[in-house]
Design a protein around this ligand. Structure first.
Ligand SMILES: Cc1cc2nc3c(=O)[nH]c(=O)nc-3n(C[C@H](O)[C@H](O)[C@H](O)COP(=O)(O)OP(=O)(O)OC[C@H]3O[C@@H](n4cnc5c(N)ncnc54)[C@H](O)[C@@H]3O)c2cc1C
Length: 312
């Protein structure tokens, strides 16, 4: 793992930087590339634009590791209101959230209570909810939570990370409950005892898991979203799915807002399902640092904004 990536991941957890960086105008300007705005209205406007290209969206309200149950409840209410707004707009928008946003660090039962409210409302509104996956210390607990919620709700998906050695076993333990899976490479700094340190190995594992998941789409009709901007992997997934006779509309890709936008348009025009995940909200700092860490070259965008600021 590169030094630049390590520094950015360290910066994502640093309390002092967390307070200082978001106040800087040049950073706010650079963030616009990955986030259309801080409010629901901003992301609904961005969704309308993407829908013109046959791209649906998933919305996630930023904020992690809530410190009180009151904040967890406020966040729950935020998602409940968001579901109302989505229904009013009649747009194809799903939601995705981190369990720590709704109290996972404090109480499993309370989180289940809050999540159930969201799942129930989503179900009533014919909508779906995905659970983001956080660092490895949460994986067991999150999978346990997912199995529990799936007993009552079928409109729920779970994100899993290809960089973890354990993910194939996790998938095998889940297939009987017909999970919905979003497969990603993984965004956190993990120790080599739990995760592949080399990107080439992560990619290999991503494809191994993808082949398994493609078979599951065919055999059990489960929903799988391939969450990656890696065009080589996307091509391989397309080829593997053709090999086993899956039609294009059975294949779903998910990508992040502002990353490889032209490729997102292209996938949609080729007939694949594509959904863009848009993050929004005031608490964007740790999330933004992880985006920079995924591609330290992105720091160039921030620097360019400092430069522009000095000369505008
Ligand atoms: C829909 C979606 C949901 C996600 N949910 C989670 C989650 O719940 N938990 C979690 O741990 N991770 C999540 N991630 C992040 C994921 O784990 C990766 O960190 C991220 O997607 C980068 O990996 P990649 O597959 O795009 O491959 P990479 O090998 O990292 O990138 C492939 C290429 O894509 C481009 N690219 C990738 N990232 C960026 C970027 N930030 N800026 C500009 N270009 C970029 C670059 O050209 C790069 O060469 C999610 C990602 C997506 C797309």
């Amino acid at each position: 793992m590169g030094l630049g990536r390590n520094i950015l991941l360290w910066a994502s957890r640093n309390e002092w930087l967390k307070n200082w960086v978001p106040k800087k105008k040049f950073v706010q300007k650079a963030v616009k590339r990955f986030m259309p705005g801080e409010t629901e209205e901003d992301v609904i406007t961005a969704t309308k634009e993407l829908l013109r290209h046959n791209i649906s969206t998933t919305l996630t309200h930023l904020g992690e590791n809530m410190i009180s149950l009151k904040e967890a409840e406020d966040n729950t209410n935020h998602y409940l209101n968001l579901l109302d707004k989505i229904l009013n707009e009649k747009l194809d928008i799903e939601i995705s959230l981190k369990l720590t946003q709704i109290g996972f660090d404090l109480s499993f039962d309370k989180t289940l209570e809050f999540f159930t409210k969201i799942a129930l409302k989503a179900k009533e509104f014919n909508n779906n909810v995905f659970i983001d996956i956080e660092d490895t210390s949460y994986v067991d607990k999150t999978i346990g939570f997912y199995k529990k919620i799936k007993e009552s709700y079928d409109n729920i998906g779970l994100c899993l990370q290809a960089y973890l050695y354990r993910t194939m076993d996790d998938l095998k333990s889940l297939v009987n409950i017909k999970p919905w899976i979003r497969l990603v490479k993984g965004a956190y700094k993990e120790h080599s005892s739990v995760a592949f340190p080399k990107l080439s190995k992560v990619n290999e594992n991503y494809m191994l898991l993808s082949r398994f998941l493609l078979e599951q789409i065919k055999e059990r009709g489960i929903r799988v979203a391939f969450g990656t901007h890696d065009l080589t992997i996307q091509e391989q997934v397309k080829k593997e799915s053709e090999k086993i006779g899956l039609s294009k509309d059975k294949l779903e890709f998910q990508m992040l807002y502002g990353i490889k936008t032209d490729e997102q348009y292209r996938l949609a025009s080729e007939g694949y399902k594509i959904r863009t995940l848009i993050s929004y909200g005031e608490h964007w700092y740790p999330w933004y640092m992880r985006r920079l860490a995924e591609r330290p070259a992105n720091v160039g965008f921030v620097l360019k904004n400092i430069f522009n600021k000095s000369y505008n």
